[in-house]
Design a protein around this ligand. Sequence first.
Ligand code: FAD
Ligand code: FO1
Length: 453
Amino acid sequence: MCIMVRKERVQQLKKSNLKNGPVIYWMSRDQRAHDNWALQFARELSASLNQSMAVVFCLSPGFQSATLRQYNFMLKGLQECAKDLEKMQIPFYLLRGEPASELAKFSESMGVSEVVTDFDPLRIKKKWKDEFMQLAQAGLYEVDAHNIVPCRFVSQKCEFGAYTLRPKIKRNLETFLDEFPTGKIQKQTAPFSFQEINWDEAYKFVSADSAVNIVDWIKPGQAAAGAMLSAFLEKKFDAYSQKRNDPTEDVTSNLSPYLHFGQISAQRITLEILVKHSHSESAEAFLEELIVRRELSDNYCFYNPYYDSFEGFPEWARKTLNEHRNDEREYTYSFAEFENAQTHDRLWNAAQQEVVRTGKMHGYMRMYWAKKILEWTKSPEEALDFSIRLNDRYQLDGRDPNGYVGCAWSVGGVHDRAWANRPVFGKIRYMNYQGCKRKFNVERYMEKWLKDS
Ligand code: FAD
Ligand code: FO1
């Protein structure tokens, strides 16, 4: 089988020290058996080397303080992914511990010559890959299975905003929106074999914080992701362009937890939309978010090492926030007061209750929610820290480039422009209760999320 995966998706990070040996796909970000370019590349590479192939996932305990809510969603999805792979005759191994050393040990024990892993712009993944390359003899390829237009290819710098990245994505979209090859079943060969995985053991191993409960309104896994997409396209899509910013309306896709864990491919979603709804206003609005905004987040995190700190903000934003550091804060709250929705603002408290209860705050409220944290904390650094920590603790889709950018946009004007100067915010875009009131029925939203609290 020749290599069909576009070379722009593939980055060889390290040449192998071994002449031959089996291939593994070190799965991390894109946790799915179908529509996965990293898996596809590993299959093509192993076939071209006439070697066998397996998939390996390493469970990292306490991954950036993820709680039971996120680990449950991920583990249920991995369990389904392992079954899908077995139907394709591809063995799946679940390792536990420090990923770099566990993968190096596994590779050495199996004589693995090439490891393929998926692209992820976050610092922790770069650390894992660098450590792995220090420890292992095997070569390392990285394949961008998350972005439709590969992050490294579409731009080689940190973009100012959607307006600078959008044309680069648009002119390449047609080329990279290709159909996924239907993976033919390959025979399973040594040294890999099918593993009986004790998933209950895996749960115990992560020993995640159960104070943040599992949510039951959304079912984890690849099949449920497909069902969520179909339901969105059939029932909500037409209203999306008009009502997507109204948190009292349920018209957004609810696909972000699946996209975060890679349980569904953005490319698959786009291909489905272009078949069923191309050139509608909703398609335009939705694909702007799904492709431009989402891939802009990867661009920011990949090219800006300070993606989760004040230093990462644009110069104009740091300047204006510094000028207003000593402005009087009418209210200031501790992390616990925010977490327990104990501010003076019932609308803000309602948004916090929504994410504590459901694991997913409406996108429009996330902007208001984070901007009020800027207004009611001692410093922009504390505001960014609180918003990221609260976001990642309660959101199912947390710990994602979209979240670091969402918080940095709200608090530090990333990808935004300067607005009229005002206390505390300086020229950072301001949002307030009155603005929400003009946009949607705030009473209805508060009624829904504050009742029996
Ligand atoms: P839909 O409107 O159906 O959008 C479909 C997909 O497009 C989303 O799943 C997402 O992948 C992408 N998308 C939509 N809006 C954005 C956006 N503004 N930026 C980047 N991609 C977008 N998104 C996360 O995935 N994880 C987070 O932790 C996260 N934290 C955020 C924090 C703040 C302060 C803000 C302002 C935004 C945050 N977002 C985050 C972005 C956005 O709010 C969510 O992606 C969206 O609400 C998810 O719901 P949905 O899938 O129903 O959205
Ligand atoms: N990736 C892994 O390779 N191993 C893990 O154990 C792991 C746990 C985890 C828990 C919560 C969460 O939100 C993400 C987690 N990830 C893990 C990373 C995830 O796969 C994504 O790659 C990144 O979070 C997004 O870039």
